[in-house]
Design a protein around this ligand. Structure first.
Ligand SMILES: [Zn+2]
Length: 293
């Protein structure tokens, strides 16, 4: 959704609450503590504290935001909605500094907000099937270390911080998964494939990196390509996965390079979510999922 539309549709806190209430409860709101429907709105519109409900069964109070990423936030929901729309629309990604300027909020608050949004995106469950390309990449880190592909780890020599190892798999014309892993050894790769690929209904393409050899034990259909000899052989290539890696790296080096690599899983979550729902209204989808607690 574009920004003008967000502003028009959600001019104030109340319109955001009404929208979230409809997404969460449709027409029958219920207490999140005891599931009772014997509840009533608290009349507090005069104090500006809106959206709170009383439960007549367990005597607790709650809001539509209870238990969601908006729980207890001091930031107006309209600004959350704008942040979600801006993040969804950003081709690369947004820095928290940029978003803070756009929203007129302190950078630290916006950074936390963006991390909450990314964590929510990371809850998405994806299982791949069909033609799958798998590949590994290394991102982040300030220094350089030589990566030893045979050993699947960094050589001890060299200075600086090692980069993060990330495994990825992508279905042609479908979705992508990417995960921060301790190494790119065969056991890690096999675990990753088992977790994200419907191995009975998929054909896997990788390069000839030998850590992929053991994948053959869990997948009947595994084709390896010798990249140095032939870039593409009868459609067996990992170009789609490499395209995704360059998307991740553009976001990383364009917006997030100055942050610690400890947050890599959250940046990956954002990149995957945006890729996977590129043909969807991400704004509406995200809000719907955010209140489905
Ligand atoms: Zn209750």
């Amino acid at each position: 959704m574009d920004l003008v539309k967000v502003m028009e549709t959600f001019p104030d806190q109340e319109s955001c609450i009404v929208y979230l209430e409809r997404l969460r409860w449709q027409d029958s709101p219920e207490c999140p503590h005891c599931s009772s429907t014997r509840i009533g709105r608290r009349e507090e519109y005069d104090t500006g504290r809106i959206g709170r409900w009383n439960c007549h069964d367990c005597n607790s109070t709650f809001k539509v935001t209870s238990g969601t990423i908006f729980h207890g936030t001091k930031i107006p929901l309209q600004k959350w909605f704008l942040a979600i729309a801006l993040m969804a629309n950003a081709k690369k990604s947004l820095s928290s500094h940029q978003l803070a300027r756009d929203l007129g909020l302190p950078q630290k608050a916006v950074w936390r907000m963006m991390m909450c949004i990314r964590a929510e995106m990371g809850k998405d469950n994806v299982i791949l099937e069909g033609i799958i390309e798998a590949d590994e990449t290394y991102i982040g880190g300030k220094g350089r270390k030589n990566y030893d592909k045979e050993e699947g780890e960094y050589r001890k020599a060299g200075r600086g911080t090692p980069k993060d190892t990330v495994l990825g798999a992508i279905a042609r014309g479908g979705k992508v998964v990417a995960e921060l892993v301790p190494d790119a050894k065969s056991l890690t790769i096999t675990k990753f494939i088992k977790k994200f690929v419907d191995t009975d209904n998929a054909e896997l393409y990788t390069d000839q990196y030998r850590a992929y050899n053991d994948v053959g034990e869990i997948m009947k259909n595994h084709e390896k390509l010798n990249r140095s000899e032939q870039w593409e052989l009868d459609g067996i290539h990992t170009n789609t996965m490499e395209g995704f890696w360059s998307f991740v790296k553009r976001a990383w080096y364009g917006s997030h390079h100055h942050y610690s690599t400890g947050y890599t899983p959250l940046y990956l979550a954002e990149a995957c979510y945006k890729y996977n729902y590129r043909d969807t209204n991400i704004f509406s989808k995200f809000l719907e999922e955010s209140v489905a607690v």
